[in-house]
Design a protein around this ligand. Sequence first.
Ligand SMILES: CC(C)(COP(=O)(O)OP(=O)(O)OC[C@H]1O[C@@H](n2cnc3c(N)ncnc32)[C@H](O)[C@@H]1OP(=O)(O)O)[C@@H](O)C(=O)NCCC(=O)NCCS
Length: 185
Amino acid sequence: MSVIERMLRRDDVPDDGEFVRLSPMRRRDLKAGVLEVERLAYPKPWSSGVFQSELEQVKSGSRHYLVARLGGRIVGHAGLWFAADEAHVTNVAVHPAARRRGIARTMMSALAEEALRRACVSWTLEVRVSSTGAQELYRSFGFVPAGVRQKYYENTEDAIVMWCHDIDSEEYRARLDALAAGGVM
Ligand SMILES: CC(C)(COP(=O)(O)OP(=O)(O)OC[C@H]1O[C@@H](n2cnc3c(N)ncnc32)[C@H](O)[C@@H]1OP(=O)(O)O)[C@@H](O)C(=O)NCCC(=O)NCCS
């Protein structure tokens, strides 16, 4: 079992606020914290309807969404959209009061494991040019810029398209394990 698999299976750890606990996103999580985190994270947050539509698509297997809790409180959420052997990161958001504690890294690690479980070989995302912190996070997961979508956000801000290939390789396994262990690669 890999380091990250061990980390994600810590169901025995008490929910004492020290550990980030991940679970699949449920409809009830929307009002319980997801919508607030979303509103605090983005200038154009997803509506409840958008989340509900995404969660509907979890049932058919084309989406995967999770929430992160600290001390029982929802502090983050993230998701993937699967298309053939590619996974597209649709959303990664953390409550401003809970940032820089590794919550996004933990959620990204879990998304990577899910993408591998679904036999994906690449993953991709779009990120705002101004979101330099998020770009740093994605670079640590091996994403590299592959292009720009002009005026992608609100018809104003450009998006950087980032890709990460060969996630089914031994090298990528080592990167994920190093990230889970708190190391850098
Ligand atoms: C981007 C975001 C998800 C990061 O969440 P987070 O839980 O604070 O991130 P983590 O603590 O897991 O950070 C992991 C690494 O990413 C990088 N990183 C994250 N935020 C950063 C920032 N503001 N500045 C520089 N690097 C940053 C760092 O390398 C960090 O490692 P370190 O803390 O050991 O230096 C969060 O800031 C957020 O919700 N932003 C608004 C929404 C958004 O832009 N989402 C991305 C959409 S594409």
